[in-house]
Write a protein that binds this ligand. Structure first.
Ligand code: PLP
Length: 368
């Protein structure tokens, strides 16, 4: 469903939260934010209706959303989201990373979920508006950030099955501590053979809650095997790699090739795209193609594959020490983080935190 009416105005009304956190509460939270636990004082809310298009852009106090019990999202899961971060630079300024990519991906997710497409300028402006009132929530200690969570869902109270005629878009934000507090630690990943996250023609390429809902039981299985996360294989043959529940996977070969799975049911990560770009800049050959689990087993055993990592906005890069499946393991629990893995991670975070030149024009200033 296209947004037929152009946005009427980019002017947000702003209601300041008089009951925001005190300076002392704020200081306590910022000192140890964790991830996704605490939220800032405000949120963005934009309405959409079939007849009126996008309207009533607002910044308002953070708080519960009143929903009719018949709201379509509660029954049919017509919902999408995004995730990106705001980074505090040395001089105090606040930047985000490639927000147009998130805006474009949200449009693709919207198209798949029969939700309205939010124009890119509205998406980026919504982040600016939130930062304008919540700038104090962007932490400044190393590797911390303010996690931004735009999302959109079907609000119409109607139990008939069709795309909702009333939808809301929101942005909330949550200060995030360093993902690897005690230094970057390679992780073990469980290979799920009983569950798939996406199938042909499904919603795998959309960032939608339903994909996460269906991954949770596999995630539980992973935990019960002592693994941090789960790797999903393609649902048709169970032979080809897809991705983790919320991160993409990448392999580094001995000859310098950097290889990542291609599949129509993968969620295309902006972190992955950026890391592959940085690898190409170094003259490395990047291959995006089908990758079978047999290739990974043989590659690791023969020493052809020398590094493995997962990537996504939250962790940036998580080195993978080993994969564990029912009946075999790939790699070894004690394997150290790869050299290229860590160097790409460093380069990307240096760009994000403004420590090196932004030669690709990836950073967008949000404050001022
Ligand atoms: C968000 C997400 C990713 C990572 O995307 P980034 O843009 O790098 O954060 C990977 N896989 C899934 C399923 C996701 O939802």
């Amino acid at each position: 469903m296209k947004n037929l009416l152009a946005p009427r105005t980019l002017e947000f009304s702003v209601t300041v939260n008089d009951a925001g956190r005190s300076a002392a509460e704020h200081a306590d939270i910022i000192a140890e934010p964790g991830f996704g636990k605490y939220f800032t004082d405000h949120m963005v809310d934009i309405c959409w209706s079939e007849r009126g298009g996008w309207h009533r852009p607002r910044v308002q106090p953070y708080g519960p959303i009143a929903l009719d019990p018949a709201a379509a999202v509660l029954h049919y899961a017509q919902e999408i989201f995004e995730g990106l971060k705001a980074y505090r630079h040395q001089d105090g300024s606040i930047f985000t990373f490639r927000p147009e990519m998130n805006a474009e991906r949200m449009k693709r997710s919207a198209a798949r979920l029969a939700l309205p497409e939010l124009p890119t300028e509205y998406f980026v402006e919504s982040l600016r508006q939130l930062i304008a009132v919540d700038a104090r929530w962007v932490p400044s200690t190393p590797d911390t950030s303010l996690y931004l969570r735009p999302f959109m869902f079907a609000k119409e109270a109607f139990l008939g099955v069709r795309p909702a005629a009333k939808v809301n878009y929101y942005v909330i934000a949550s200060p995030a501590g360093a993902y690897f507090a005690g230094g970057v630690e390679p992780v073990s990943i469980w290979i799920s053979t009983d569950y798939a996250r996406a199938g042909r023609g499904g919603t795998g390429a959309a960032k939608t809650g339903g994909n996460y809902a269906s991954s949770l039981v596999a995630q539980q299985e992973a935990h019960s095997h002592g693994c941090a996360q789960v790797l999903f294989l393609d649902s048709e043959t169970g032979e080809y790699l897809e991705e983790l529940g919320g991160m993409n996977v990448v392999f580094v070969y001995k000859d310098g090739r950097v290889v990542t799975p291609e599949s129509p049911s993968i969620l295309e990560g902006i972190t992955r795209d950026s890391l592959l770009r940085l690898a190409e800049d170094r003259g490395l050959k990047v291959e995006q193609r089908r990758v079978s689990i047999a290739e990974v087993r043989e590659g690791v055993a023969s020493g052809d594959i020398v590094e493995m990592f997962a990537c996504g906005t939250a962790a940036v890069v998580a080195p993978i020490a080993q994969f564990i499946a029912d009946g075999y393991t790939i790699g070894d629990a004690g394997a150290p983080a790869g050299e290229l893995t860590m160097s790409l991670r460093q380069e990307l975070t240096d760009i994000q935190y403004g420590r090196v030149a932004d030669r690709h024009g990836w950073m967008t200033r949000l404050d001022g």
